[in-house]
Design a protein around this ligand. Structure first.
Ligand code: TXA
Ligand code: MG
Length: 325
């Protein structure tokens, strides 16, 4: 399949109307979209990404009025979150309507709904004239794409079109909140932070994703995600690099990302010192991909404080490092 590259949201939307898949930018990461109500098109998303069939998709809307096409029995908590935050890098898990195909929800009776705040994303979805089901536009297991080049690297020849644009602003996927359980629960941290959510819904909980005998509430969380091919080590601060006394050979093939500059830069293949936690979040997935391209064997990532956006960043770092503390 030839993958068309375009900057025109209306041209991209024409592929959706024909039942094809299109990658498009949002404020978080690039998504791989298809018409939510077209089962065959939704199946193409899973095929292109090689996504496990038990991992549900997020429905993207451009207008709050479209919520009722997708979800029902929306409770007071969800309404409050919608009113306060939408459009936002925030996905709410709600009860799905019967017409939403199980192909999109991986058989669940619930559906994640998000209204992105990024103008080009909204224009694209509007032009599709239907809710757009979209996971991140990467091959399953790879870091989410924050540039159109990353989408192309993973999916060229496998999807109909890429709506090309700048690097995404936030760089981490949306916060996911389950509003169907008794107390709302955060299934995935993101740039709408726990602190911001608590200010509106004080009873909100962090989901314990390690509960074994409970059906996975957010099936996606059980897969190894965000992972470059290199081994990822989390370090307390940049100076731990030297303290580790890693073999010279390993150092040459290693890379570093963090907020502070390490003392001995000379032996690192790639070194990215970030100006802020926001900058770190924005750059992380692109950095992982650059490390893979440069055949880096070991990546050192500086830990950050787990508050605000730092909590979301640490969640991704831990997954990449396969740490489950
Ligand atoms: O920022 C984002 O959320 C991006 C952009 C494109 O919007 N999308 C994205 O989608 O990251 P994806 O599929 O890579 O991640 C969706 C996450 C997965 O962990 C999935 O399991 C969870 O949301 N999820 C989706 N629907 C769910 C549902 N009905 N119940 C529980 N978890 C759900
Ligand atoms: Mg994803």
């Amino acid at each position: 399949m030839q993958t068309v590259l375009t900057r025109d949201p209306r041209e991209a939307a024409r592929f959706i109307k024909r039942g094809e898949t299109v990658a498009f930018p949002t404020e978080t990461v690039y998504g791989l979209g298809a018409n939510l109500f077209d089962e065959a098109a939704v199946a193409k998303i899973f095929a292109a990404k090689q996504r496990p069939p038990d991992n549900p998709l997020i429905a993207h809307i451009s207008d709050l009025r479209d919520l009722d096409l997708i979800a029902e029995n929306i409770n007071a908590t969800a309404r409050k979150l919608i009113e306060t935050f939408f459009p936002a890098p925030l996905t709410l898990v709600l009860h799905k309507r019967a017409r939403v195909p199980f192909a999109a929800t991986a058989g669940l009776e619930t559906i994640g709904v998000r209204m992105p705040r990024y103008e080009l994303a909204l224009e694209f979805i509007r032009a599709c004239r239907a809710p757009v089901a979209a996971p991140s536009a990467n091959l399953s297991g790879r870091p989410s794409p924050t540039t159109w080049q990353a989408v192309k690297e993973d999916l060229e020849g496998r999807i109909a079109c890429i709506l090309i644009d700048e690097q995404t602003e936030i760089g981490l996927e949306s916060t996911v909140v389950d509003c169907t359980s008794e107390a709302p629960r955060i299934l995935r941290a993101g740039s709408v932070t726990l602190e911001q959510l608590r200010a509106v819904v004080p009873e909100i909980q962090l989901a314990n994703i390690k509960i074994e005998n409970e059906p996975a509430r957010s099936p996606g969380m059980k897969y190894r995600h965000y992972a470059p091919r290199a081994r990822v080590h989390l370090i307390k601060d940049a100076n731990e690099l030297a303290a580790r006394e890693i073999a010279t050979r390993e150092q040459i093939e290693s890379a570093y990302i963090g907020l502070r500059e390490p003392k001995d830069l000379s032996r690192l293949k790639i070194c990215r010192v970030c100006a802020s936690v926001e900058d770190y979040a924005r750059e992380l997935f692109r950095f992982f991909r650059a490390c893979d391209a440069a055949d880096v064997q070991t990546i050192f990532c500086e830990r950050v404080e787990e508050k605000g956006l730092g909590a979301a960043l640490m969640e991704r770092l831990r997954k990449a490092a396969d740490e489950s503390e």
